[in-house]
Design a protein around this ligand. Structure first.
Ligand SMILES: *[C@@H]1O[C@H](CO)[C@@H](O)[C@H](O)[C@H]1NC(C)=O
Ligand SMILES: *[C@@H]1O[C@H](CO)[C@@H](O)[C@H](O)[C@H]1NC(C)=O
Ligand SMILES: *[C@@H]1O[C@H](CO)[C@@H](O)[C@H](O)[C@H]1NC(C)=O
Ligand SMILES: *[C@@H]1O[C@H](CO)[C@@H](O)[C@H](O)[C@H]1NC(C)=O
Ligand SMILES: *[C@@H]1O[C@H](CO)[C@@H](O)[C@H](O)[C@H]1NC(C)=O
Ligand SMILES: *[C@@H]1O[C@H](CO)[C@@H](O)[C@H](O)[C@H]1NC(C)=O
Ligand SMILES: *[C@@H]1O[C@H](CO)[C@@H](O)[C@H](O)[C@H]1NC(C)=O
Ligand SMILES: *[C@@H]1O[C@H](CO)[C@@H](O)[C@H](O)[C@H]1NC(C)=O
Ligand SMILES: *[C@@H]1O[C@H](CO)[C@@H](O)[C@H](O)[C@H]1NC(C)=O
Length: 804
């Protein structure tokens, strides 16, 4: 393999030599004198080329040619031609670092970062006594850090960031007395931080984050008097924070987040006069926050979230007027929020959530007009939401959820025009939500579990960026505004557990991105809009506990790709049709009855359980109720009571007595004897009709028979009845000129005189869903043909003429 590769570039290397040779000898740059290079140097470079797939490097100008090494891409030579620098950063190197590099004895800078170097770091690199910079960051180097690197006495900069190095940090690195930058972040180093690192008196940057280092922080790190950045985040360090760190007078950034450090924050940190960032989040720190932190006048970021800090928030923090972020969330802080926090005029983020803070929200927070993010959720705050928060004109994120706030949502919050997230959930807020309608930029709105009243403002339909709308668990009334169909990018809408009434608006079929729609626990009624069948992204639909919703699942819903469909405690049912049943099967979690269980319908002519054609308003209908038993029985069909409602008012009750025919075990529509039947007068059959069937109202049957007692189980069954326009007949008698039969003229006249009673029209009236019928007679038409096709053509001609 290797031989073939070598052979490969031996073939084209002469070409390169030719080309570059020309450039070199004709370009005659006098200042570059060809110096006879030490052979090991060239060999070392060739070894690197070969070991790292040189022919695939991004840049390789002059490599392997006879050109002086100083002209090879990335190679730097001194005035006597000795290689002192090699910078092949981000050059597509793929392979391992060859030990031969150790022969570049004068090398001062070795930069091989951002490549695909793998394998171990050769210990021989420790022989590069002149090395000042060793940068191998962002590769795939593995194995341990060779302790020989501790011999690099000139080294100022060691960057092994983002590799796969394992094992401990060698104690020997403590001998690198010239080292100013040590970056070992993002490896898999284990073991403790060597005490010896405390001897690196020149060190300004110590980055050991994102490893698996254990053990305590060596107090000697406090001797690093030149340290500006100490980043030890995301390791497994334990024990207390040494008070000695408080001596790091030049420290600008201190990040210890994501360890398991315990004990208090040293009050000595109040001496870190240069500190700008202090990040101690996600440890196990305890005790109160030292008031001395209020002395860090240069601080711009203070993050102490995710610990077990107790006691009050020191009012002294109000002296940190340069502070841009104050994060104290997820601790056990108690007491009120000091009004002094309102002095932090540069604050962009104030994150105090998930503590045990009490008292009201200080009005002074309304003065923090740079604030982008305000999180006070998960405390025990009481009282009103200060209207002054409406002055926070830049605010993107406001979370006051999970407190004990009372009173209304201040109208002034309606001025927070930049807000993306508003979370006021789980409080005790009252009043309406109308103030919020004026915040069209909102993406997340969570108001659930309060005591909010009134209706959902139509203005909510303007939330064109809304992703999550959560209004559940309030006391909202009125209808769901059809305008909500305007939430074009909404992902979830939860209106559950309110007192919403009326139908589900058909416009919800326009929620083109919705995945979750929860309308459960309301008083919604009426049919299910078939338009919702267009919701291609909907996965979860919850309609439970809406007793007034009683309708069939529309056929178009079989286009939905739901994972969850819940319709328990409603009158909703899915028609027992093959396509519908197949679709239901595809829904992992479903709670929908099939309409078979309903077993009661009104029929005029063509309606049946399978084909729920609307009824024709004003026409008599036959009620059929099909009680069935779970097992065969000799018991006869029970008595049935049917109550009819129009627009919510009971209009009619029929009682059908019991019969001797045995209760069947399956529904048999083919025999009138197998159902309880009653004629329902046409005037009852109107749009808005609903019915309730009580089977065996006196309760005489053995419950074990499992005969359904009520249809529907809850609420009332909506019956679709439609007002049909009159059916107008025009009778056109033809007389065949060859053999005219004028008796037809009499027949059509009879039909026109009594269109509702004439025998010839009876089937039309019975089989078509028609109501009123009118008729008139056209003059007889003389025709030369007796063929139906011809007569049809002539009829068309007359019709068009009449219409034209
Ligand atoms: C790097 O080298 C390995 C092994 O030789 C090879 O499998 C891989 O494809 C190379 N990667 C690139 C990006 O050339
Ligand atoms: C350095 O070069 C010498 C010969 O020039 C060679 O013997 C030796 O193996 C090289 N060293 C390394 C570490 O490759
Ligand atoms: C060192 O590591 C940090 C992360 O800890 C990284 O952000 C930074 O860029 C690195 N610094 C240098 C000089 O490579
Ligand atoms: C912090 O400053 C106050 C004065 O504001 C001073 O009394 C106190 O000693 C300082 N604390 C520390 C730890 O430096
Ligand atoms: C400090 O911690 C917070 C919260 O974990 C984080 O968002 C922030 O980026 C951290 N800051 C630094 C400088 O690491
Ligand atoms: C805050 O600063 C003021 C002066 O600016 C000082 O009087 C006060 O002591 C400081 N508070 C704390 C707790 O350090
Ligand atoms: C909320 O406050 C009311 C009185 O203001 C109090 O009765 C109730 O216990 C508080 N609830 C919680 C969960 O703190
Ligand atoms: C809301 O207020 C009532 C009465 O003031 C109280 O009983 C209840 O605990 C409060 N709820 C919450 C979540 O604080
Ligand atoms: C809707 O909100 C209620 C109450 O807040 C909650 O119990 C329910 O899980 C939510 N529904 C969905 C689908 O998240």
């Amino acid at each position: 393999m290797l031989d073939r590769r070598r052979f490969g570039y031996n073939n084209w290397t002469p070409l390169l030599i030719l080309a570059t040779g020309l450039a070199f000898f004709t370009g005659c740059d006098d200042s570059v004198e060809p110096v006879p290079e030490a052979e090991p140097t060239r060999t070392a470079l060739v070894a690197l080329y070969e070991a790292t797939n040189g022919y695939a490097w991004s840049q390789q100008d002059n490599w392997l040619t006879d050109a002086p090494l100083g002209l090879w891409y990335g190679v730097e030579v001194d005035h006597s031609g000795r290689v002192i620098g090699l910078d092949l950063t981000r050059n597509g190197l793929n392979g391992s670092i060859p030990a031969e590099l150790a022969n570049l004895t004068e090398l001062e800078n070795l930069l091989l970062g951002n490549n695909r170097l793998s394998g171990a770091i050769p210990p021989q690199l420790g022989e590069l006594g002149a090395l000042v910079t060793l940068d191998l960051r962002t590769n795939r180097l593995s194995g341990a850090i060779p302790h020989e690197l501790g011999d690099l006495t000139s080294l100022g900069y060691l960057d092994l960031y983002q590799n796969r190095l394992t094992g401990p940090i060698p104690e020997s690195l403590g001998r690198l007395s010239a080292l100013s930058h040590l970056n070992l972040t993002w490896n898999k180093l284990t073991g403790p931080i060597p005490e010896s690192l405390g001897r690196l008196s020149a060190l300004s940057h110590l980055n050991l984050g994102w490893n698996e280092l254990t053990g305590p922080l060596p107090p000697r790190l406090g001797d690093l008097s030149n340290l500006a950045v100490l980043f030890l985040g995301y390791n497994d360090l334990t024990g207390p924070i040494p008070v000695e760190l408080g001596r790091l007078a030049n420290l600008i950034e201190l990040t210890l987040e994501g360890n398991r450090l315990t004990g208090p924050i040293p009050a000595e940190f109040g001496n870190l006069d240069s500190l700008k960032t202090l990040n101690l989040t996600y440890n196990d720190l305890t005790s109160p926050i030292p008031a001395a932190l209020g002395n860090l006048s240069g601080l711009d970021n203070l993050w102490l979230s995710g610990n077990r800090l107790t006691g009050p928030i020191p009012a002294a923090l109000g002296n940190l007027t340069g502070l841009e972020a104050l994060g104290l969330s997820d601790n056990r802080l108690s007491g009120p929020i000091p009004a002094e926090i309102g002095n932090l005029a540069n604050l962009k983020g104030l994150v105090l959530g998930d503590n045990e803070l009490t008292g009201p929200i200080p009005v002074a927070l309304g003065g923090l007009d740079q604030l982008l993010s305000l999180g006070l959720e998960g405390n025990n705050l009481i009282g009103l939401i200060p209207g002054e928060l409406g002055n926070l004109g830049s605010l993107r994120y406001l979370n006051l959820g999970n407190n004990n706030l009372t009173g209304p949502i201040p109208i002034l919050l309606g001025r927070l025009g930049s807000l993306w997230t508003l979370d006021l959930r789980d409080n005790n807020l009252t009043g309406t939500i109308s103030a919020i309608g004026g915040l069209p930029g909102l993406r997340w709105l969570r108001l659930q579990n309060n005591r909010l009243t009134g209706s959902i403002p139509a203005g909510f339909g303007n939330f064109w960026r809304m992703e999550h709308l959560q209004l559940s668990g309030n006391e909202l009334t009125g209808a769901i505004p059809p305008e909500l169909g305007g939430l074009r990018v909404v992902d979830s809408v939860n209106l559950s557990d309110n007192y919403l009434t009326g139908p589900i608006p058909a416009s919800l079929g326009q929620l083109g991105s919705i995945a979750v729609l929860d309308l459960s626990g309301n008083d919604l009624s009426g049919p299910l809009p078939e338009e919702m069948g267009a919701l291609a992204t909907l996965r979860r639909l919850d309609l439970r506990r809406n007793p007034g919703l009683s309708a069939e699942v529309p056929g178009r819903w079989t286009d939905l790709r739901l994972r969850t469909l819940l319709a328990g405690e409603t009158g909703v049912c899915a028609p027992d049709e093959p396509e519908m049943m197949l679709w239901l099967e595809s829904i992992t979690t479903r709670r929908v009855r099939t309409c078979q269980g309903l077993a009661a319908y009104l029929v005029q002519a063509v309606q049946s359980r399978r084909f729920p054609v609307p009824l024709v308003a004003g026409e008599d209908a036959l009620l059929r109720v099909f009680p069935t038993a779970l097992r065969t029985t000799d018991v006869g069909l029970p008595a049935v009571r049917a109550s009819f409602y129009l627009d919510g008012t009971e209009t009619h009750v029929v009682d059908i007595p019991g019969q001797s025919t045995r209760i069947p075990t399956t529904i048999d529509e083919g025999s009138l004897l197998k159902s309880a039947n009653a004629e329902i007068p046409g005037e009852l059959v109107q749009p808005g009709l609903e019915m309730v069937i009580e089977i065996d109202p006196e309760g005489t049957l053995d419950p074990d028979l499992g005969v359904a007692r009520r249809i529907p189980e809850n609420g009332r069954l909506s019956i679709r009845a439609e007002v049909m326009p009159p059916l107008d007949f025009m009778f056109l008698p033809f007389l065949w000129s060859e053999d005219p039969d004028s008796a037809i003229l009499e027949v059509v006249q009879e039909m026109a005189d009594g269109p509702t009673s004439h025998d010839l029209l009876a089937p039309t009236r019975a089989l078509l869903p028609v109501a009123e019928v009118t008729a008139e007679v056209h003059e007889p038409v003389w025709t030369s043909s007796n063929e139906v096709g011809k007569l049809y053509q002539e009829t068309e001609a007359i019709r068009n003429h009449g219409a034209g």
